[in-house]
Design a protein around this ligand. Sequence first.
Ligand SMILES: [Zn+2]
Length: 251
Amino acid sequence: MLFPDEPPPFEVVNPDGTSGLFLICDHASPRMPRALGTLGLRPEQLLDHIGWDIGAAQVARRLSALLDAPLVLSGYSRLAIDCNRPLHVASSIPAVTAGIPVPGNEHLSDDERRARQEALFWPYHRAIEALLARRPRPLALISVHSFTPSFPGQVRPWPVAVVYGQDRHLAGLMFDQLRVDDPGLLVGDNEPYQVTPSSDYGIPTYGEGRGIPAFLLEIRQDGIASEAGALAWADRIAHAYRAIEPRIRRR
Ligand SMILES: [Zn+2]
């Protein structure tokens, strides 16, 4: 699916970083494989929040640098295939997203689905697996995301949120620390959504599946759409992570 001159489906940053923290960024890029065109959407729609997590990659890269932590980023749009969804759910390759039809994702054959899985989804996850396998067991894993302030039918007042599934340990430490650092900060606690095995891949697979304390860090996009905003949020999160690191229970 990818032509030789297109970028790879993942990027590994700081693979030999000394931190016990392992970072992933599933929705890092709005890039669409050339072979898929625009999926029938307008070009500006591909750059909106439906295509990627605006600002998240910049936060993740800065966190990686500040904490000397390894980071794996996906290389292509979540509209081509969502790297944080199990392959068997409809939202893996969404025919409708946030109420918007995606014509190029309708009525796909099994072969067309498999082509995207093999070109985009599996290389990213194999890169994470390979890096996990050749490093010491992580103390913690954070999956860096961002969310849109305006979603149909939902008000989203939290500038930042921790999102988790069965294990709140690491998310709870971060939740408490963010409020210690800024008592006026409204931190979402499993808002605006939760981690479930059908709506998520990374936390169930790398966190719960391996017993590594993990959560989704979700930052509202208006806070990190600018470079200055992204860097400032990364600084706050890095500060909070340093404070909680001694209290993380090693598994
Ligand atoms: Zn995301």
